[in-house]
Design a protein. Structure first.
Ligand code: ADP
Ligand code: MG
Length: 417
């Protein structure tokens, strides 16, 4: 079919890739046809291309709503690398001054700009709404769409205002994308964005190249991690800690042990933060010690391990964070340290919050605990969580499959409860 070849040609021309990954072609055809589109695809699956390529092929500017400044910059830089045309992609957020914003607006008016990334906070600003009402918009893309849902791992209230604002600016087709695929989150997103009838494209969430392991958290944890890093010298890794304080402390400990590590958390000043991020991306640092503020949408293909110093607050969060390993399809080791008392700490943190939020938080914690304590294949449990059935007996790439717990041990555990 001519159309088919044409799309492959466009892919090659704009991005240099020979073939589409997974569902990309079907998704892009749906967007080009002007339909609402809902995309559930794991981290690293290639979601960005699903709106980037159609935006380049369509008249007007696609509005991409994306939650983080770091993420926008990363994507706009990548688009500019692909394109010879100046101003093909832009972002508007709080980091731009007045004259930079004017430049962006000029480029959009001239028709050069095919992609405009905006944070939801900027989208809702009156002056931007006013401006966008005059723009020829091809479609809207809502990236990291799980931010709409309280059941997602990164709820952002501003995301709830996207639909009303879109109505104000002017209705156009919508594509929503996320790597968080629990049925609850999916329903929330579709309802909130008014796209219940959208075509849904769901890929498998299995990342067969990722190895999952849970280790008991003991007083030895620092030494254990240092040893691990040293035995993986020269490889890139991310270490997630719960608190900013721990991030700072542990980054210092690693440095003191001769490891090229840098901290990253939302409490650092933004310049330091982005310079640490860049150092990690450019491999001037091997290890980034971070809170969950780090990593969303950041495209470093060769992260070889993700370590959770503290157990995450939800399995979705865990899946997202571990998903940053092995994006190139190569090895990715995901090791989380678990102690029951950490869960109790997390529960305590929630105490000041509204009751409904606490209930959600507790439910998510219970699911994480069940995952950490299970002797069943971790991949099976994770995929089940995403509504997917994993049929293999033995995944061959998690601690429980590689070292099955002895039956006696399980019994002893039970009687100890
Ligand atoms: P996601 O947003 O789903 O986590 P990204 O959009 O960041 O994933 O893409 C992940 C990686 O896959 C990027 O390095 C991107 O350039 C690459 N990629 C996307 N589509 C293709 C393709 N068709 N062929 C080869 N690489 C691709
Ligand atoms: Mg993405």
């Amino acid at each position: 079919m001519a159309k088919k070849d044409n799309l492959t040609e466009e892919l090659k021309k704009h991005f240099g890739f020979d073939t589409f990954k997974g569902n990309q072609r079907a998704i892009i055809e749906n967007v080009l046809a002007g339909n609402d589109t809902f995309v559930l695809m794991p981290t690293g699956g290639g979601k960005s291309l699903c709106y980037q390529l159609p935006s380049l092929m369509m008249q007007g500017t696609a509005i991409v709503i994306s939650p983080l400044i770091a993420l926008m910059k990363n994507q706009v830089d990548a688009m500019r690398n692909f394109s010879e045309e100046d101003g093909v992609a832009h972002f508007i957020n709080s980091s731009l001054n007045k004259s930079a914003i004017d430049q962006v607006k000029d480029d959009i008016r001239s028709g050069r700009t095919k992609l405009l990334y905006v944070a939801p906070e900027s989208l809702t600003k009156d002056e931007n709404v006013e401006f966008l009402r005059q723009v020829n918009i091809s479609f809207y893309a809502v990236d990291e769409a799980h931010c709409i849902s309280e059941w997602g791992h990164d709820f952002r209230p501003e995301y709830r205002r996207i639909r009303p604002i879109i109505n104000e600016i002017g209705k156009r087709p919508l594509i929503a994308l996320t790597a968080t695929a629990t049925p609850k989150v999916q329903h929330d997103i579709q309802k909130n964005l008014g796209m219940i009838d959208a075509s849904v494209f769901k890929s498998s969430f299995n990342r067969s190249n990722l190895y999952y392991e849970i280790r008991p958290k003991t007083a030895n944890i620092d030494r254990e991690i240092i040893k691990y890093i040293k035995s993986n010298e020269g490889k890139s890794g991310i270490i997630y800690c719960l608190s900013r304080k721990k991030v700072e402390e542990f980054a210092d400990i690693l440095k003191a042990n001769g490891i090229k590590a840098l901290p990253y958390h939302a409490g650092m000043d933004s310049q330091q933060r982005s310079s640490n991020q860049d150092a990690f991306l450019m491999e001037k640092a091997d290890v980034i010690v971070a809170t969950i503020a780090f990593g969303m949408g950041i495209d470093k293909p060769d992260v070889r391990y993700v370590i959770h110093y503290d157990i995450p607050k939800s399995l979705e969060g865990y899946y997202q964070e571990t998903g940053r390993a092995g994006r190139d399809g190569g090895e990715g080791q995901c090791i989380a340290f678990y102690a029951y008392k950490d869960l109790q700490k997390l529960e305590k943190f929630m105490q000041g919050k509204p009751v409904a939020e606490q209930e959600i938080g507790k439910q998510l914690l219970l699911e994480t605990a069940a995952y950490a304590e299970t002797s069943v294949c971790r991949r099976k449990v994770l995929l089940h969580y995403f509504g997917e059935e994993y049929l293999e007996e033995n995944c061959g790439n998690c601690d429980n499959c590689l070292n099955p717990k002895k039956k006696v041990e399980a019994k002893e555990l039970l009687s100890a409860v």
